[in-house]
Design a protein around this ligand. Sequence first.
Ligand code: IPE
Ligand code: IPE
Ligand code: MG
Length: 241
Amino acid sequence: MAEKQGLPAHVGIIMDGNGRWARKRGLPRKMGHRAGANAFKEIARYANKIGLKYLTAYVFSTENWKRPKDEIDSIIALLRNYLDEMENYRKENIRVLFIGDRTVFDDDIQAKMRRAEEQSRNATGLTLILAINYGGRAEIAQAARRIAEDAAAGKLSPGAVDEAVFSRYLYTAGIPDVDLLIRPSGEYRLSNFLLWQTAYSEYVFMSGVLWPDFKPAMLDEALAEYRSRSRRFGGLSEADS
Ligand code: IPE
Ligand code: IPE
Ligand code: MG
């Protein structure tokens, strides 16, 4: 089990490789998404067990609508099922939040999201954040739009808009920046995930594993790699100062 000391406050995971996992087995892509959902449930539970405070998982991007309709439908069906299981998180003391534009989803899905957030709002363990219909640029654009609206309404002075104020208009208001960003599957890019919040993240790309095969021990590996990094945030390391 990972030691609590040196644990990042916020881990982001780009859950990539479901399609390739299925193809390798001669299965339809939706089976890869199903296996990926199971891997996600295990990792969320493990993150809570080791005392992680924030875990954000990239579930569906604003760009993923480019995929075939039957694949999108299968992902949404998995989401529906998953939302129905979320009551378990209350028992496990996990707080659930969703980020992204949820207004595009059917009313029942939006209601389930609201219910999961409300029922778990007082949990004090892991805060599990699911990025669904999420895009980093869309998030920044909606923040800019709402800031402009508040300024036009006289609620905010344009001169007062600094990084701290801007952050409060993001979906992640009140949540610390990402310390560690993990991406399996062999792609070395952000794919529009948490653009603002990863400005000083440590990146761990794990090319040897596709998301459905991702195990708690691999999260431990990434956490160990994180502990070995020297974070300077533009300053000097302890050895140099
Ligand atoms: C990630 O796996 C899941 C989503 C993007 C919804 P992919 O479906 O992107 O899997 P690959 O990258 O095609 O293997
Ligand atoms: C990023 O993976 C989105 C999610 C994991 C939800 P993609 O598979 O969509 O990213 P690209 O297309 O390889 O950049
Ligand atoms: Mg992919």
